[in-house]
Ligand binder design. Structure first.
Ligand code: AHR
Length: 326
């Protein structure tokens, strides 16, 4: 079993390294043959526009920093991420970074990396390991805060009105940090307003197609939907298709709040089909490379590095779109 997983990891590494033009899958020992820092990065997958932008940024910043990047795409599967990390350990990379698909189940592989003396950096998503010595730092957003920002907007939008507000929630990948925390933050923000009720909640796995399918089901089962809260733009965009197909106007008949602020989401916001977007920045590459350099050099780094983020109304989206990089 272990041999099979290892073989899959090495195959994945070779394929993606060739694609990214970032070096081969041969065992280089500590540091690349050419003295470059070797960074093994295990990505969640390619489930959303956010993820694509995050991957591009990490590849570009690794090249700019002069690192050798061994990039592996897990296709949304934790077992593939674990196999990729084990592959990085076998190859004796200098630093391992990864964005965990889900929060739990990482202790064993993180312990293997620690025993091999390879520092690990968490990017974008957290793990629930109690032993924080298993990784050096966690770089990414505060997802609870993102959920709160979404909920606070909604509370303000209905301020002074006591009529019932029926909310449906399209959640991210089950068990992932952003799905858990965005749900939590939103629930906290609306809890003092009993007229605002989450009448349906289901995962759309952060994917556009799933967002559409689940929204179709919501529309069939729940006649009076006032608001959609989607944990990312992609699911919100899929839901917009379902809402329009049902003869309703997104942004008017059903108000929509999403998270991310990728170009497609911002375009829909500027067009009035989404009402509010909470930003989650995928541009983590530069900070990741700086942290990798430091942990490799044995320097202290903060346990938590937060990403700076904002929110967008339709007017702000119109102003920001011409310069939006992703
Ligand atoms: O972990 C970040 C989340 O993952 C983004 O909000 C979502 O779009 C992505 O798939």
């Amino acid at each position: 079993m272990r041999v099979k997983m290892m073989a899959a990891a090495v195959t994945g590494l070779l394929a993606v390294s060739a694609l990214a033009g970032c070096g081969g899958g041969d065992d280089k020992g500590s540091g690349g043959d050419d003295g470059k820092l070797v960074l093994g990065f295990s990505q969640v997958g390619a489930e959303s526009g956010w993820r694509t932008a995050n991957t591009k940024d990490i590849q570009a910043e690794a090249a700019a920093a002069g690192f050798e990047l061994k990039f592996s795409d897990a296709g949304g599967k934790q077992e593939q991420q674990i196999a990729a990390i084990r592959g990085f350990i076998t190859q004796k990379v200098d630093v391992i970074a990864f964005s965990p698909v889900v929060t739990s189940g990482w202790d064993a592989v993180l312990k293997e990396a620690k025993d091999a003396d390879i520092p690990v950096i968490l990017t974008d998503r957290a793990v629930d390991s109690q032993d924080t010595s298993l990784y050096k730092t966690f770089l990414g957003s505060d997802f609870v805060e993102e959920g709160k920002k979404a909920g606070n907007w909604l509370v303000k939008e209905y301020e002074g009105k006591n009529e019932p507000v029926n909310v449906v929630e399209l959640q991210g990948t089950t068990g992932s940090a952003p799905a858990i925390d965005r749900q939590k933050g939103f629930a906290e923000a609306i809890k003092a307003n009993p007229n605002i009720k989450i009448v349906k909640a289901q995962t759309g796995d952060f994917k556009r197609a799933d967002g559409k399918t689940v929204m179709e089901q919501f529309l069939q089962s729940t006649p009076d939907i006032d608001v959609l809260y989607a944990h990312n733009d992609d699911m919100g965009l899929g839901a917009i298709e379902a809402i329009e197909a049902a003869g309703k106007k997104p942004g008017k008949d059903i108000k929509i709040i999403t998270v991310d602020a990728v170009k497609d989401g911002m375009t829909a916001l500027a067009a009035g089909k989404i009402n509010y977007i909470v930003e989650c920045s995928p541009l983590l590459g530069k900070q990741l490379m700086d942290l990798a350099k430091k942990v490799k050099a044995g320097e202290d780094v903060p346990q938590r590095v937060l990403t700076e983020e904002t929110t967008f109304t339709p007017e702000q989206a119109k102003a920001a779109l011409p310069d939006r990089k992703y």
